[in-house]
Write a protein that binds this ligand. Structure first.
Ligand SMILES: Nc1nc2c(ncn2[C@@H]2O[C@H](COP(=O)(O)OP(=O)(O)OP(=O)(O)O)[C@@H](O)[C@H]2O)c(=O)[nH]1
Ligand SMILES: [Mg+2]
Length: 198
């Protein structure tokens, strides 16, 4: 599939689901977005779809509570996953979150790849490392997107990229994309790599 056959602006929220029984029942390919709360998952979706606020973004973390399925031109779906690592979440809620995301990632046949978002400015958190290891363990194709690149001077990108890769024990056969929702750095490459996975 290429961007020529995919009208990326023809996108809408399809449904929100907490468990398998509520997932869409067809075999369209899905790409899920995972990452720390506030890292920019919803902004990434909006940027790729050229929309301002289709996926709800917030400066308050922990806003996305369910798996949100977005339909793109009836051909592909993005699945916005609630962010992890938000401190003000109870133990019980965290456990519920863990079950929800694990169920989706380990059982969903539609899943083609996970975009694992990290913040280009910082070393990955323990949760980031755990998520990457989880995806590798289950052999789920992963695309690492280092976001908020507009906040790091271009001359320091390489240094930050190396630090992130080292901490993740990054597999050099995975894609690594430097991205910004503010200036659209990495937008074309993100689409190219996502479409390669379908
Ligand atoms: N400067 C800059 N800010 C960004 C970028 N991406 C996201 N943000 C900001 O970061 C905040 C969080 O973005 P969201 O897209 O809501 O993050 P999220 O990962 O979906 O957060 P949760 O839904 O809580 O897990 C918002 O204030 C965004 O405007 C980026 O590339 N550059
Ligand atoms: Mg979000």
């Amino acid at each position: 599939m290429s961007e020529e056959v995919l009208n990326t602006h023809n996108a809408s929220i399809l449904l929100s689901a907490a468990s398998k029984a509520h997932y869409p029942q067809d075999d369209l390919p899905e790409v899920a977005l995972a990452g720390r709360s506030n890292v920019g998952k919803s902004s990434f979706i909006n940027t790729l779809l050229g929309r301002k606020n289709l996926a709800r973004t917030s400066s308050k973390p922990g806003k996305t509570q369910l798996l949100n399925f977005y339909d793109i031109d009836g051909k592909l779906r993005f699945v916005d996953v609630p962010g992890y690592g938000y401190a003000k979440v109870s133990k019980a809620e965290r456990a519920k979150w863990g079950k929800m995301i694990e169920e989706y990632l380990t059982s969903r046949d539609n899943l083609r790849a996970v975009v694992s978002l990290v913040d280009l400015r910082h070393d990955p958190s323990a949760d980031d490392v755990q998520m990457y290891e989880f995806l590798k363990y289950y052999e789920i194709p992963v695309i690492v997107v280092a976001t908020k690149a507009d906040k790091v001077p271009r001359g320091k990108w390489n240094k930050h990229e190396s630090a992130i890769k080292k901490k993740l024990n990054f597999d050099s056969s995975d894609a690594f994309i430097i991205f910004s929702s503010v200036n659209k750095e990495g937008l074309d490459r993100s689409w190219d790599i996502i479409l390669e996975h379908l």
